[in-house]
Design a protein around this ligand. Structure first.
Ligand SMILES: Nc1nc2c(ncn2[C@@H]2O[C@H](COP(=O)(O)OP(=O)(O)OP(=O)(O)O)[C@@H](O)[C@H]2O)c(=O)[nH]1
Ligand SMILES: [Mg+2]
Length: 301
């Protein structure tokens, strides 16, 4: 059978904090992956889909590559290595002006084993004035692998992003579209909502506390309020590792949790385009990042 349509799967990999999720969001034009200035923000594979006429591209955002320290980070690293197993191309994201290291070498080894076509992105171009820095980074990258392209851009300002999507369309192969044309992510609504809460935890808490949290949205359903307006009720449970972490999440008089919930609710209202009634509970699950059964119940399986 001859296909009229084309599709391509592209994995986005790189060390933590280089802006992989920001790049995904910039390409999709919707915020489907949470972003923070703390490393290890993304924990699972997140697919974002772009369909333009006959071409469909599915991007797989991945956790930042790092040396695993517990069962959760082992799971995260496996998400990265698995992601390059079954794609048409990989995008290695690096940060402008930051020297390359073991992490990039390790990722490139994965590409080489599979003879995977790859493109390198130098992100955060808006932060660099000195173009010589970028030229030497391009030279270093081209020494490491035969990248099809080495592409500087900024996920923040979106400069270069549109041209970058165009360039990736070449990796699409004749075949069916694997996602409905209107769909832009594989993430279920409950997961998107839980991630919005986790993003606010990352943004409002410090040190290990947010890294030891997991968020599960138990219920999410619409009801009609007495004034006739539609309201989305969301119940989220925030799990943390220790009793003293629970205290920090809740804060004095509940102030921290209130701030987190208010910010998450705002995000949900923008995304789902409906009034949201969000309730958050905090529970302790001792050392859950080393207990695989609990991790699975949180969706990390
Ligand atoms: N100035 C600037 N900042 C950026 C750009 N892209 C991302 N950032 C910032 O870099 C930080 C990390 O962004 P993320 O998108 O969460 O990075 P990531 O690679 O997905 O991180 P992990 O999920 O932890 O691996 C955030 O503070 C972003 O706002 C960019 O193009 N320019
Ligand atoms: Mg990320």
């Amino acid at each position: 059978m001859e296909y009229q349509t084309k599709s391509g799967f592209v994995a986005i990999v790189g060390r933590a904090n280089v802006g992989k999720s920001s790049l995904l969001n910039a390409m999709i034009g919707e915020k489907i992956a949470i972003v923070s200035d703390k490393p290890q923000t993304t924990r699972t594979r997140i697919t974002g889909v772009i369909t333009r006429d006959e071409v469909q591209l599915a991007f797989i955002d991945t956790p930042g590559m790092h040396r695993p320290r517990n069962s959760l980070s082992e799971y995260m690293v496996k998400q990265v290595t698995d992601s390059v197993g079954d794609v048409d191309a990989a995008v290695l994201v690096v940060e402008a002006g930051v020297p390359l290291g073991d992490i990039e070498s390790q990722l490139i080894k994965n590409f080489a084993q599979r003879k995977l076509p790859a493109v390198a992105v130098i992100n955060k171009m808006d932060t660099v004035q000195d173009k010589a820095v970028i030229l030497s980074q391009i030279a270093a990258l081209s020494q490491m692998y035969s990248f099809d392209h080495i592409y500087p851009l900024s996920a923040k300002t979106k400069e270069g992003v549109e041209e970058f999507i165009k360039l990736l369309e070449d990796y699409a192969q004749p075949g069916p579209h694997y996602f409905e044309n209107e769909r832009f992510t594989d993430q279920p609504e409950k997961v998107l909502a839980a991630e919005m809460v986790r993003e606010k935890l990352l943004r409002n808490l410090r040190d290990e506390v947010p890294h030891g949290t997991a968020v599960v949205v138990e219920t999410m359903k619409e009801h009609t309020a007495r004034n006739g307006e539609e309201v989305l009720d969301v119940d989220a449970i925030i799990y943390c590792e220790r009793e003293n972490h629970k205290g920090m999440i809740i804060g004095k008089g509940g102030a921290t949790l209130k701030r987190i919930a208010t910010q998450a609710r705002g995000e949900m209202e923008r995304f789902f385009q409906i009034q949201v009634n969000l309730k958050c509970w905090v529970k302790v699950k001792e050392d859950w990042r080393n207990r695989e059964q609990i991790m699975r119940s949180f969706g990390y399986n």
